[in-house]
Design a protein around this ligand. Structure first.
Ligand code: ADP
Ligand code: G6P
Length: 477
């Protein structure tokens, strides 16, 4: 990691993502979600523009750009019509692509209006951002909401270097082919110069698709030959802003949050989960695993507490309403079975917290439970590691199906579908000797620190500039 050398003038970055989320004040509970958190720190060092949806609706789309300067980041946002939000954001992005990309074809809805809304909004993005793009700018598009945006900009004559980074997994070909017009969608992505994924696993799935379904040649260096051009496809595992997070963790606010939580658990062991309320996060399975642990270890009942912080997400989508109801039922069930007059085993909290407080909570925990069923990367796992006291660190229990598992191999890796396996891992973590905790934590911390968000950004931007490698370091080792 490190910033660019002083004599090197960085190209201006145009970052484009669905959501533009600059925290209003330092420490505000603004940005939730890995993308927002990562981009905020990446953009702070680049003089650039962050373009996207304001999150607001307007009765009639005008394309009016709301430009604001915030810290060192200029944001440019547009409002969308209710129909756009319904068909593009709630529809194609979050009822079609998100479940499909998280291997949940059972939740994936295919609806022609969603597809049309997705195209329309991507076109609106292209029309609105086009006048902001100057000849030497690097254009960096993010995530599943905007896969065809690059091709639409090309059609308007944009010849700049353009890259796409996908924050989610890329599904196996066998699942992806269930998406109507999948060839058109993936072919449109080949107009980017660089396509980035979180891990080699998602990259390999993508290359498999490109060969099998599009019949294209993948070169030895994983680039794709397409219409006389070379499209670079590579893994760029995202990290956290380690320096910023460590600073937040050392703040008074973090210490107060830590002390408040610690004293409230009164000497009990604390397990913590922090996730958007999303079915991909495996929260139901996590609660059941914790319930199993309490059932299997009656002596521990009353001696362990699970704090699950889960701010609601995408509440207009039915599958999110269902997971919310399901979790309320499960919490009630497990608490009903194991609570005592002065003790409740699961504390289930549906709200966001400022990052410093979150860091204090992580540090107060003996175990971090990060058990998604499928996750592009998972930054919570990395934040948990960064927030620990190296002298007396907590243990990370991490799903083998999170992208982060390829880097954080010194965590206790679990199959989140197996309540027995997760329950055993909790037992093991509680019994783990201090020396082993320290040894594992030191290795985890080295990975989180070395492959931070600055390393990620520099690697992607170099690739976008057409420079070869990522400094010779392999982040998945
Ligand atoms: P995703 O991108 O799917 O939401 P990640 O784990 O990669 O999952 O990123 C989640 C980010 O959102 C982390 O930076 C985490 O700290 C933040 N976050 C999640 N829940 C909360 C919360 N309750 N309060 C504040 N930040 C949160
Ligand atoms: C994940 C996605 C992001 C998204 C975030 C929050 O991190 O990869 O693109 O912004 O979740 O979801 P939301 O729907 O609230 O933007």
């Amino acid at each position: 990691a490190g910033s660019c050398p002083g004599d090197y003038r960085m190209s201006r970055l145009i970052v484009i993502s669905n959501r533009v989320s600059v925290p209003k004040a330092a420490g505000a509970a603004g940005a939730q979600g890995g993308l927002a958190v990562a981009l905020n720190s990446a953009l702070r060092e680049h003089r650039g523009i962050w373009f996207g949806w304001s999150g607001q609706e307007t009765q009639e789309f005008t394309g009016h750009l709301d430009m604001q300067r915030n810290d060192d980041v200029t944001t440019a946002t547009i409002d969308l019509e209710p129909q756009d939000i319904d068909e593009y954001y709630n529809g194609y992005a979050n009822r079609t692509l998100w479940p499909l990309f998280h291997f949940r074809i059972d939740l994936t809805e295919y609806n022609r209006d969603f597809g049309e809304g997705y195209e329309r909004v991507n076109r609106r993005f292209a029309d609105s951002v086009h006048p902001l793009i100057e000849p030497d700018d690097l254009v960096w598009v993010h995530d599943y909401h905007l896969l065809p945006l690059g091709s639409m900009l090309r059609a308007k004559g944009v010849n700049n270097r353009m890259g796409l980074f996908l924050h989610t997994p890329w599904p196996p070909t066998r699942l992806l082919v269930s998406l109507p017009f999948h060839e058109k969608l993936v072919t449109s992505m080949l107009e980017y110069d660089v396509i980035g994924f979180q891990t080699t696993e998602w990259l390999e799935s993508f290359l498999h698709y490109v060969q099998k379904e599009l019949g294209l040649k993948v070169n030895l260096d994983n680039s794709i030959s397409y219409q006389g051009r070379r499209v670079v496809a590579r893994a760029f595992p995202i990290g956290i802003d380690h320096a910023e997070f460590t600073e937040a963790a050392a703040s008074e606010e973090a210490q107060e949050a830590h002390d408040r939580l610690k004293s409230s658990v009164r000497g009990r062991k604390l397990l913590i989960g922090v996730d958007r309320l999303d079915y991909s996060k495996g929260l139901g399975e996590r609660f059941q695993s914790f319930g199993r642990f309490l059932t299997d270890h009656p002596a521990e009942a009353g001696a362990v507490v699970l704090l699950q912080i889960a701010p609601p997400s995408r509440g207009d989508v039915a599958s999110y309403q269902q997971i919310r109801e399901d979790l309320e039922r499960k919490t009630g069930h497990i608490n009903g079975a194991h609570a005592d007059v002065a003790f409740v085993p699961i504390r289930y909290v549906n709200r966001g917290y400022p990052r410093a407080q979150l860091a204090g909570f992580y540090r107060a925990a003996n175990i971090g439970l990060v058990t998604p069923l499928r996750d592009g990367m998972n930054l919570v796992a990395k934040e948990f590691v960064a927030a620990q006291d190296p002298e007396d660190p907590g243990v990370l229990i991490l799903s083998q199906f999170a992208g982060a598992a390829l880097q954080l191999t010194d965590a206790l890796l679990v199959n989140p579908h197996s309540v027995e396996h997760v329950s055993e891992a909790i037992r093991r973590a509680l019994d783990m000797p201090l020396a082993e905790r320290q040894r594992r934590h030191a290795k985890l911390l080295a990975s989180v620190r070395d492959f931070d968000v600055i390393h990620w950004r520099n690697a992607f931007v170099s690739a976008l500039e057409g420079k070869g490698n990522n400094g010779g370091r392999n982040a998945e080792e």
